[in-house]
Design a protein around this ligand. Structure first.
Ligand SMILES: Nc1ncnc2c1ncn2[C@@H]1O[C@H](COP(=O)(O)OP(=O)(O)OP(=O)(O)O)[C@@H](O)[C@H]1O
Length: 505
């Protein structure tokens, strides 16, 4: 269970933080003094720290410096009284993770603590590049024995110690984030911070401010100065995910940072220097984007100091069997199950399937199937419809899980004709939510909350995208989420838009 150390001399704050996080699975460890907090870091090994700047025995900045000496990668969220953000800003410049003002807004607290713990995981959970079939006791196994994956591992080893920018390419769900973490962990900057930013998840203004920070009043809502990730991460590594989704303005600023290591905060004119290694990833065709004028050529060459390309899962031969075994073992542990293997018929279907959502989709398919099967062998009847839907579907070279542009009818990839096999697993789309829940309970689900939310999300996205004829702008408007976030959800749910804009989920 992730642990948050809360350092504050006010007991009511510990109470509030504990209450606010009680449903998130985060354990809160309280400390009433800076000294007590520093001792608790050694003893409790927390994943993140909430640090009040007004402590009885030490100034907030001194406490922060001490924490940095013990563990320079521990994410520290600074808590200040409203209107006294100067210390927080100083701490941010020194590398604090973020800051909150009192009275603490619990939604903000939950969001920031979640980000901090995820950031800790990205930077600290070791990525073991191996051909293991057993889940690792510690860290995330990066499974791969085929030639293309061995090349990937060699490339990581070769490029990690150098400080050059690396561009990681590959379809959605192929393991680009794992590669980024492995590069960081094996690199010369592994003691400095690693921060990840998903460029598709934020609007243009928010992304610019997230990366470069802003001055007070720079735009509506900019109530105080904010330190951006590039300033915070001086000396460290930044992972720019979905880098093809940056606006032209952000592209120019990132280019200048790469060329001169300098930038200005949004709305500011002080030039700031920062030495950051950039590792970026994309599943988009940046060359075509450059030709179309959507992505700067000069930035493309700068980011692309070294390229690592992950093969799609369908091209990984026997690695697919190894990954299936890996996920079975991992999920047996997670779900407390003892599924021993896969029935031949199910294996044939799993190997015939073309995995548009790649490894992430396989992980999710194995999980769904395990929730639907009760015996020790995974049967074909437990597999989701997309896997059992029949012969291999036509492939395309572009990322298969990526729907076509707005209003574009899309390719035939993934389309399932009317009258094809009914869902084998009682998906909510086919049977209604009530039946889905009942069937999951009957199947002995130990993960019903997550499974139901995931299933509902799939159905929601499918319905709305069907309604808009595949138009993502319109769909994101109806859903009230950003286009980048919708695109991510489409990918992570393995949704493919068929020729007549039917959505198969
Ligand atoms: N070779 C592998 N061995 C074990 N697990 C893997 C492997 N590749 C990917 N995974 C797992 O699959 C999931 C997706 O991987 P990851 O997030 O790195 O993909 P991605 O290419 O960054 O996806 P996206 O483009 O959607 O951001 C993660 O849970 C990751 O741990």
């Amino acid at each position: 269970m992730p642990r948050l150390l809360s350092i504050d001399d006010d007991r009511s704050v510990h109470h509030l933080v504990t209450k606010a996080l009680e449903d998130t699975g985060v354990e809160v460890v309280p400390a009433l003094t800076a000294r007590g907090g520093v001792d608790a870091i050694e003893a409790e090994r927390p994943d993140a720290v909430l640090l009040d700047v007004m402590l009885p025995d030490m100034s907030g900045l001194d406490a922060f410096r001490l924490i940095r000496q013990i563990d320079s990668r521990l994410p520290v969220i600074i808590v200040t009284a409203a209107g006294s953000s100067e210390t927080a800003i100083e701490a941010m410049k020194l590398g604090a993770f973020d800051y909150l003002t009192k009275p603490i807004d619990v939604d903000n607290l939950e969001r920031l603590v979640g980000h901090a713990i995820e950031s800790r995981r990205l930077a600290s959970v070791p990525v073991g590049m191996a051909d293991l079939t057993e889940p690792q006791d510690r860290g995330d196994a990066f499974v791969g024995r085929c030639e293309a994956m061995q090349e990937v591992f060699k490339s990581v080893g070769r490029v990690a110690p150098q400080s050059v920018p690396v561009l990681i390419r590959g379809e959605s769900g192929t393991g680009k984030e794992l590669v980024a973490r492995a590069i960081y962990q094996h690199g010369a900057r592994s003691e400095a911070p690693f921060l990840a930013v998903n460029c598709a998840a934020l609007s243009e203004t928010l992304l610019e401010s997230e990366l470069f920070g802003h001055e007070k009043g720079a735009f509506t809502g900019a109530e105080s100065r904010r330190i951006g990730k590039f300033e915070q991460c001086d000396g460290g590594t930044i992972f720019l995910d979905e880098v093809g989704d940056m606006s032209p303005a952000v592209q120019s600023k990132v280019l200048r940072l790469l060329q001169q290591q300098t930038f200005e905060r949004v709305g500011g004119n002080t030039t700031i220097k920062s030495d950051v290694r950039i590792v970026s990833a994309t599943n988009r065709d940046l060359e075509s984007m450059c030709e179309e004028g959507e992505f700067r050529n000069d930035l493309f060459y700068r980011l692309n100091g070294y390229t690592i390309t992950l093969p799609p899962l369908r091209d990984r031969g026997d690695d697919r069997v190894m990954l299936l075994q890996h996920f079975l073992a991992q999920l047996n542990k997670e779900l407390g199950r003892e599924v021993q293997g896969v029935a031949p018929d199910a294996m044939r279907r799993l190997l015939d399937y073309d995995w548009p959502g790649n490894v992430r989709e396989m992980q999710s398919v194995v999980k769904q199937a395990m929730l639907h099967c009760s015996g020790p062998v995974l049967m074909a009847s437990a597999l989701p419809q997309e896997v059992t839907a029949g012969p291999m579907r036509p492939r395309k070279s572009a990322p298969a899980a990526e729907p076509h542009g707005e209003g574009d009818p899309g390719s035939s990839n993934g389309h399932v004709a009317e009258g094809e096999q009914a869902p084998a697993n009682g998906s909510p789309a086919a049977n209604g939510l009530g039946e889905f829940i009942s069937s999951q309970i009957a199947a002995g689900s130990g993960d019903l909350y997550a499974a139901t939310l995931a299933a509902m999300e799939k159905q929601l996205l499918s319905r709305v995208l069907s309604h808009t004829g595949g138009n993502q702008s319109e769909a994101s408007r109806i859903l009230g989420i950003t286009r980048g976030s919708l695109r991510n959800k489409i990918r992570s749910n393995g949704i493919v838009i068929g020729p007549d804009i039917k959505i198969k989920s």
